[in-house]
Design a protein around this ligand. Structure first.
Ligand code: ATP
Ligand code: FE
Length: 351
């Protein structure tokens, strides 16, 4: 089927057109400049920017795909979780299009978009083990079906993307923090500073990242006290130490999640990573090594499909569409929308 996807749950306004697993177009309009002066995303500014840019994003995605709106089989839209103003803009736009064109509307969970990405990129078969690591989330899931997720564990406080962004802010590096911390860490010595490895002493797959930023703050202030300021060398070493701690914690917890997943005896075992932090080379490398060791397939999406995009929303929409799922005009925008099995049904109907 030919599906238009819309995404506006955070600070990227995105639209994409997919035919099956084929990405005909994927437009992502970032807002980094708008939020730069504030050191973080300002929800009101994000919502207004989405409302202003969605039209253009759709127009561009349709034009680049070389199709007509009337050719579409369905319109998929992120209905949560995320910043409510942005999600609302997307949902209203999608409802308008669906009603105007008389096409089916499909509300998609943003996290399902990330979690199903390895099926879009590699056609991975269910069930696979997913490490979803992004700006706002961190969880291990067994993905059994497009609407069937079992959560094995996750962060009990911050998400790793948030921690990368905070680290960049504390060290005066540009946002988003993930790429700038990764770059700075390239020539850093990860052993110079001893960052903690939170929760490794606790059994299970839960994780914690808030202690890392506290540790970083303390180390930074100590250096400033000792030598009057931070040198590039110090920044590099702090970034390398921080990134190594995130990598090690994710790696060890992945080993534990893998054991739980393998206990189910999946026919074609596979580990996949998704979400913005999945763009991190050190973290990808660590998971690749664990997968190789265990003789399990490892899948990591191309960088553009790790961070927010609408292709993943169109794809998740396509899976729901194939399963006969449809939303209606009562589709609600949800700020919170967990993916677990016990959570409200994936297809938002507003009820
Ligand atoms: P969520 O999906 O949880 O709602 P989000 O949509 O804001 O959150 P994504 O776009 O999936 O998050 O990911 C953005 C996050 O990924 C940011 O915190 C960013 O710093 C981080 N990130 C991007 N590239 C890298 C990288 N190379 N290394 C580490 N983190 C990265
Ligand atoms: Fe995301």
């Amino acid at each position: 089927p030919l599906i238009l996807g819309l995404e506006s749950s955070c600070d990227d306004t995105a639209a994409a057109v997919l035919r099956g697993r084929h990405i005909l177009s994927s437009v992502v309009m970032g807002q980094a400049e708008l939020h730069a002066a504030f050191g973080g995303i300002v929800p009101e500014i994000a919502a207004r920017a989405h409302a202003e840019k969605l039209d253009l994003a759709v127009e561009q995605a349709i034009a680049e795909a070389g199709v007509h709106l009337s050719d579409l089989d369905a319109i998929a839209v992120t209905a949560g979780p995320g910043l409510i103003g942005g999600v609302l803009s997307g949902v209203m736009m999608a409802k308008g299009l669906a009603a105007g064109l008389n096409k089916p509307l499909i509300g998609v969970n943003h996290l399902a978009g990330h979690a199903l990405t390895p099926r879009l990129t590699d056609g991975l078969a269910f069930p696979y083990l997913m490490l979803l690591v992004s700006g706002g989330h961190c969880q291990f899931l067994i993905v059994r079906g497009a609407q069937d997720f079992t959560r094995l564990g996750g962060t009990i406080d911050d998400a790793p993307g948030e921690a990368f962004d905070k680290t960049a802010r504390l060290l005066g590096l540009p946002q988003p923090g993930g790429p700038s911390v990764q770059d700075a860490a390239l020539d850093g010595d990860e052993a110079r500073f001893r960052f903690p490895r939170p929760l490794l002493d606790r059994s299970g797959c839960d994780l914690s990242f808030s202690g890392l930023k506290t540790a970083l703050l303390r180390m930074r202030d100590q250096i400033v006290t000792d030598q009057g300021g931070l040198y590039a060398r110090d920044r590099a070493d702090l970034c390398a130490g921080f990134q190594a701690a995130v990598r090690d914690v994710l790696a060890e917890k992945t080993r534990r999640a893998l054991a739980l997943y393998l206990a189910d005896s999946p026919a074609a075992p596979a580990i996949a990573i998704a979400g913005g932090v999945a763009a991190n080379t050190a973290i990808r490398g660590a998971l690749q090594a664990i997968s190789d060791e265990a003789g399990v397939v490892f899948t990591a999406p191309p960088l553009k499909l790790c961070t927010d995009n609408a292709a993943m929303i169109a794809y998740a929409g396509a899976e729901l569409f194939a399963a006969g799922e449809r939303s209606d005009m009562t589709l609600a925008a949800r700020p919170r929308w967990p993916l677990d099995r016990d959570a409200a049904p994936l297809l938002g109907s507003g009820k």
